[in-house]
Design a protein around this ligand. Sequence first.
Ligand code: XMP
Length: 313
Amino acid sequence: MFEAKKFIERSVGEIKSTIGKERAIIAVSGGVDSFVAATLASKAIPNQLHIVYVDNGLMRKNETEKVKEVAEKLGVNLNVIDGKDQFLDALKGIVDPEEKRKIIGREFINIFEEEAKKHNVKFLVQGTIAPDWIESGGMGRDTIKSHHNVGGLPENMDLKLCEPLRELYKHEVRELGKELGLPETVHQRQPFPGPGLGVRIVGEITSENIRIVQNACDIVETEIDNADMERPWQYFAAMLSSKTVGVRGDERSYQYTVIVRAVRSLDGMTANFSHIPFKVLEKISTRITNEIPEVGRVAYDITNKPPGTIEME
Ligand code: XMP
């Protein structure tokens, strides 16, 4: 049985003794893991913590504004860094999923290290949870995906790591969030991958593709949130790099395919596709093809994990 109160007490003590009198940096992404890690660290070392939010351009629609709002409500002093162009440039022409993940991880770390130098920081606090490092391989395990807060770390990194949630699973982190007083919109929020929409764009990441996936994800989230149905564990849209033929009006079209994905899961390690009512899927499909002119086909992913993974890459 996981006891949130006890965990918080122990973890705050551990963070204090790990970091000592040094300064630390943490990046919040808007998700429950990083907000919980940041809140624990602020309790432990309130005057030694530099909290950043990196807008890498691969976040959900209007995410930066939402994160700022939550931080304000929590009274957290957030430093927003605009890294949109830096990430897009680094990802130009890259199609291999592992390479994309590593580049995104590397750019994050470059930004952290720069900030760390500026603020004389010695530690990097991260919201890494158990499935992140289990799936990233090591200790005799196969690498399934290099989760960005694990695989992207260079060997010669200048910062020491502090990962207070390393042994926890998602549902336990949510309990912690509730206990720590985070808003429900944060502690009950569906998971979002570290590399962001980068793993939901199959093939090259361009600003056009990012906009397509942002809008498609927003439609999927809105329609499922508003539907009279059990909320899936995770639900979003992704896009394929290839186009298919269709008709728009009387004319032939040749447009992108969006994949709608919704799964039931406990911890993301295994998952089953959700049985979304067809009415909801139809509304999603109609809205996507009406509102996103570059998309001509919408498919629902009926793959479980294994053999699929939840994200496309
Ligand atoms: P997969 O696609 O591996 O995803 O079945 C399992 C869960 O993890 C999320 N995910 C990530 N989370 N960094 C993260 O912090 C990552 O690099 C990453 N990749 C996938 C995914 O959204 C799902 O909830």
